[in-house]
Ligand binder design. Structure first.
Ligand code: SAM
Ligand code: SF4
Length: 436
């Protein structure tokens, strides 16, 4: 989400004559785009701002700004405690950046953190560097108010972009050679532009360019409708990969979290998804150590992991956030217990992911070639439709094409194999058939 927002900021600034640079020494303006979801994200930002302090002392004319959720959350505190920060700008005020920078250059420090019920940057085409995959933010904010989560307070209420403007953005990206888009929102499947719901958006997005993969994140279980599940199943280029955060396996904790579903309802939803999209991969988010969580509650979470057998999970230690309802529930699970539970969740999920990946040895999977492998300059990497990372040798393969890879080795995070035959042709044929 922050990467997508940074591209919106770059677009707004480039319209005022600014150019991005990755070299700090060349920058006249430095922005840090921040996240407030967990405390350690904020701590990292303070560390980063500390680095900029020395830079500002040596280059007093450089404008330093804090963008995003932390700006909204800490406002004046930030500008008072970090004397080298000139601007504090929340996620709905980016249009004002050119004016605020001008003022800062003239010596006026600025705070702009008003949250909007309508701002969705619908008319702004984000400034992206060429590549294979792009993020498209389709809705902003959240109305769910889970009791642990700061998002509704820092990013404001839910609002969606219009479907035609999103389709135009996908057309643009297709013309530039992008091969994959990920539709983004804090609660992406509650998208509604007044006329179209998220299933309508996905169906339309899928028809823009049949050789382009469509992904989406993050879905809330409450908004995962049968219509949406069927739409995913009906379109070959909508990826069969769903991120469906459960947070906890205990009904008592789910109620305290205000998650609006029970464990049974969630498991029923998983059944419906798997019977409609048999090849689907599922991933989730889990919080360990929510206030009052007992060993029994924790065991129920481990049971859900065993029952669903997710392909992957993002796991977090509960972090108490100001303004949220859970703030008032205290933070009674000792840090050591949180870490121990988190480690048990991570170990179990690693075991499940490894077992599932090892089961793929011998299979041939279609992969979109994304770029060089991080660990070896002789290999490329790319992902399957089900979002599994695959590493394979470069020989005769180009970035941006679809290839078939036979899986030979695997661990819990990655599949390794060799290219078999190019799948591009099959993709072109499907596109022709769909358009025909
Ligand atoms: N909207 C998505 C949903 O409802 O599942 C999730 C978006 S949230 C920004 C990303 C994840 O951060 C959550 O799913 C949750 O697991 C985690 N998270 C949010 N607040 C947290 C907190 N206070 N402590 C620990 N983890 C938190
Ligand atoms: Fe936060 Fe997601 Fe809950 Fe919204 S639905 S409050 S973003 S965890």
């Amino acid at each position: 989400m922050n990467l997508a927002d940074s591209e919106v900021v770059l677009s707004i600034l480039s319209a005022s004559g600014y150019e991005p640079t990755h070299e700090l020494a060349r920058a006249d303006v430095v922005f840090v785009n921040t996240c407030s979801v967990r405390e350690n994200a904020e701590q990292r930002i303070y560390g980063r701002l500390g680095d900029f302090k020395h830079y500002k002392q040596r280059n007093p004319s450089v404008v330093i700004g804090v963008l995003g959720c932390m700006a909204e959350r800490l406002r004046r505190d930030l500008i008072e405690s970090e004397s080298h920060v000139d601007l504090v700008v929340g996620p709905d005020e980016y249009r004002r950046l050119p004016e605020l920078i001008e003022n800062a250059i003239a010596g006026e420090r600025g705070i702009a953190v008003r949250l909007s019920r309508v701002e969705n940057y619908d008319d702004i085409i984000p400034l992206r560097t060429d590549g294979i995959s792009a993020w498209i933010s389709v809705m902003r904010g959240c109305d769910k108010f889970c009791t642990f989560c700061v998002v509704p307070f820092t990013r404001g209420r839910e609002r969606s972009r219009t479907l035609p403007s999103i389709l135009r953005e996908i057309e643009h990206l297709s013309a530039r050679g992008f091969k994959e888009v990920t539709l983004l929102g804090q609660n992406v499947n509650s998208y509604h532009d007044g006329m179209h719901d998220f299933a309508d958006l996905m169906a339309s997005a899928a028809t823009v360019d049949r050789t382009m993969r469509i992904r989406f994140t993050t879905s809330h279980p409450q908004d995962m409708s049968e219509k949406l599940i069927e739409t995913i199943a009906d379109h070959e280029n909508i990826c069969s990969s769903i991120h469906l955060p459960i947070q906890s396996g205990s009904d008592r904790i789910l109620r305290l979290m205000n998650r609006t579903y029970t464990r049974e309802q969630y498991l029923q939803l998983v059944k419906t998804i798997r019977s409609t999209i048999p090849e689907v991969s599922l991933s989730t988010d889990i919080i360990a150590g929510f206030p009052t969580e007992t060993d029994d509650d924790h065991r129920m979470t481990l049971d859900v992991l065993r029952e669903v057998e997710y392909d992957g999970a993002f796991t977090f230690r509960y972090s108490r956030r100001e303004n949220t309802k859970a703030w008032h529930m205290g933070d009674d699970v000792p840090e050591g217990t949180k870490i121990q539970r988190l480690n048990e969740i991570i170990d179990l999920q690693r075991e499940i992911s490894a077992r599932k990946n090892l089961g793929m040895i011998g299979q041939t999977v279609e992969v979109l070639v994304e770029g060089e492998s991080k660990k070896s300059t002789e290999d490329y990497c790319g992902r399957t439709d089900t979002n599994k990372m695959v590493v394979f040798s470069k020989g005769g393969v180009r970035i941006g094409e679809y290839i078939d890879v036979k899986i030979e080795r695997a661990n819990s995070a990655t599949l390794f194999g060799s290219p078999v035959a190019k799948a591009e042709q099959a993709y072109e044929e499907r596109k022709l058939a769909a358009n025909g």
